[in-house]
Design a protein around this ligand. Sequence first.
Ligand code: C5P
Length: 202
Amino acid sequence: MQFTIAIDGPAAAGKGTISKAVAAHYGFAHLDTGLLYRAVGAKTLAGIDVLEAAITLTAEDLTASDLRTPEVAQAASKVAVLADVRAALVDFQIAFARRSGGAVLDGRDIGTVICPRAEAKLFVTASAEVRAARRYLELSQNGHDVTREAVLEDVKARDARDMNRAEAPLKPAEDAVLIDTSDLGIEAAIAAAVAAIDARKG
Ligand code: C5P
């Protein structure tokens, strides 16, 4: 059985939480595609050539412990504008999406570029302020020394770079179901996602 669930949206909208819950609900495999770009970004911060980093990326690179920092997030969105970097990461994502047993992929361009024929597509969003507040909480709880203002600036800078780039810009697929989590709790957001996917499963 092949069934692909594409979940796109901006940083800290709740994609990750929803994707994990949806994957567990249906018993599907889950790929956080942001990790691919974060791993490439982290390698460039370590001085490795960007294309070399993308071409030689291994599964092990995705488990590095320092991929969730604000510095790596910014580096990820900078390498993500490069067409050659994106091209180097396409085959792995498509193969993952079509694995038997079902797959959930979350990112920025899954429903538009990687899996335009995904059986179910969601676009998860929230206001920049709500997303920054969530990211601030997450980072400060994990011991990062950040301010609310800096996190909001980071979120807005990344949004602008992700939405305005020429290659695979962040935008909802025409047939995506929109879920705005600004005023939704986690359980309600997951329930909305499952209801939208069930409607596509028939
Ligand atoms: O989702 P996450 O915040 O981990 O993604 C980090 C960055 O990687 C994003 O800001 C975006 O620039 C890039 N990205 C992308 N396409 C994806 C997933 C992530 O361009 N499918």
